[in-house]
Design a protein around this ligand. Structure first.
Ligand SMILES: Cc1ncc(COP(=O)(O)O)c(C=O)c1O
Length: 451
């Protein structure tokens, strides 16, 4: 990390009109536009800002860029592919790269996950997975299974299916009358009383999976099509599954013939030291959604990976007929697929998932070193996912988190993320140990100065 650049002049080259023209996603636009945080370049573990600073990225993109930014092998693959085949239709034709990537993803996935459907994002992967689950039941003569179960505090993207099964209140509030029908939610697994400052999986909370039994009793398990959870909840501020929780969910799904979907948009491709969380936890879902690390964040792409039985259930009827009336203009885009192939090669060649696993202990220790801080009420982590939850400043929820984020960016050349007053960390899979330690030394200094 470079030394702090406090006081350096901000040389803004963008016009006010340009700044006002852009409506930023998940951003406090009016506040942001007073002093925009603008990134113009990246290399390895650093961004370059518009005012010429080199700043350390402690969030590795947005959980995306595990092996660093502008990795030369991935950049080369993109350049080569875009000059060779920039686009081809993906309906009733496709590129060689889409087939190759599907093969590589299924090779990396747990046994039995033999088919892969491509999307352009995690949100699209989730909505595709929900549709695939509903269509599967219909295909096997169980069309009455229409209910979907998500979990409170779950994040499954921003499309209507995703926010309906999702459980983050602000993402649902404005659309509550228009969410898809037939959805219910499990309780979330967070408890400050029982789980605060757990390291890794909390010991308390496996029984919360029995909430699914309650919903099966209420709706009749035979009417439920699928349950979707993040194996480790990410965007809500890192909630690792209590020990035994995922196993119990699997058991109840099996008892009632319900499909289990793991939303691995964050957890796949090394974030928790394995190719997929399913493998790390030894619990096999029926459908896996993924995105982010699939291409190291370089070109947008998501995927739904399904067990063989699910794909085979669709493969019936006249052969000239489309089996799944669903897809995107850019499904299996050749440049995205070539990027994914390069990313997966880099993960294998560099042993990225093993590197990530080796960093876990150090990351946990550095993260928990803030446990004694006056503002901190909880710290949670699993793999290379970590969160520091602060108490809100009385009367100003979210202010401490936002101040920490901005102070890190402007005064300490450090990118961290905050969700309200919870700071989130997603270090690179190949982070330098020293950079992880320095990140938390800096965060402590920043929190010391926050009222
Ligand atoms: C678990 C999970 N699902 C879905 C999504 C949505 O992905 P995207 O933003 O690519 O649509 C995210 C994004 O963070 C996520 O964390």
């Amino acid at each position: 990390m470079s030394p702090p650049s406090k006081g350096r002049m901000h040389l803004m080259t963008l016009s006010r009109k340009q700044i006002e023209s852009y409506w930023l996603p998940f951003t406090a636009n009016r506040d942001f536009k007073k002093k925009p945080r603008v990134i113009t370049g990246a290399s390895g573990h650093y961004y370059t800002t518009e005012d010429g600073r080199k700043i350390y990225d402690a969030f590795s993109g947005l959980w995306t860029s595990g092996v660093g930014h502008c990795h030369p092998k991935i950049v080369e693959a993109v350049q080569k592919q875009v000059a060779q085949l920039d686009y081809c239709m993906g309906f009733q034709a496709t590129s060689d790269k889409a087939f190759q990537l599907a093969g590589s993803v299924c090779d990396m996935a747990p046994d039995g996950f033999d088919h892969c459907f491509f999307t352009n994002s995690g949100s699209e992967a989730v909505d595709s997975a929900l549709k695939i689950a509903l269509g599967y039941h219909r295909a096997i003569g169980d069309g009455h299974r229409t209910r979907l179960i998500g979990r409170e505090r779950g994040y499954h993207g921003v499309n209507f299916g995703g926010i309906s099964v999702g459980g983050m209140a602000p993402n649902r509030k404005a659309f509550s009358a228009n969410l898809i029908p037939g959805v219910d939610h499990l309780r979330h697994t967070h408890s400050l009383e029982h789980n605060a400052f757990s390291k890794g999986q909390p010991r308390w909370g496996a029984h919360l999976a029995d909430d699914l039994e309650r919903l099966c009793a209420l709706h009749d398990g035979g009417n439920i099509a699928a349950v979707i959870v993040e194996p480790v909840a990410g965007s809500t501020g890192i909630l690792p599954p209590p020990i035994g929780y995922l196993e119990r969910l699997r058991e109840i799904c099996d008892q009632h013939g319900i499909l289990l979907i793991f939303d691995e948009v964050i957890t796949a491709f090394g974030r928790i030291g394995s190719s997929f969380a399913a493998e790390r936890f030894g619990v096999m879902p029926d459908i896996i959604t993924t995105a982010k690390g699939l291409t190291n964040g370089v070109i947008p792409m998501g995927a739904v990976i399904v067990r063989d039985e699910i794909y085979e259930a669709y493969m019936q009827g006249p052969e000239q007929m489309i089996e799944l009336f669903h897809g995107y203009t850019y499904s299996g885009h050749p440049v995205a697929a070539a990027t994914g192939l390069a990313a997966l090669d880099v993960y294998r060649e560099e042993g990225s998932f093993e590197q990530s696993r080796q960093l876990e202990g150090l990351f946990e220790e550095a993260l928990h070193s803030l446990a004694d801080h006056k503002h901190v009420v909880d710290i949670r982590n699993f793999g290379l996912m970590g969160a520091i939850e602060m108490s809100p400043r009385p009367g100003a929820p979210g202010a401490r988190g936002m101040e920490a984020h901005k102070t890190c960016f402007w005064e300490h050349d450090l990118v961290i993320r905050n969700g309200m007053d919870t700071l989130q960390f997603s270090p690179f899979l190949n982070s330098k140990p020293d950079d992880i330690s320095k990140t938390f030394e800096t965060v402590r200094r920043v929190l010391d100065d926050i009222a």
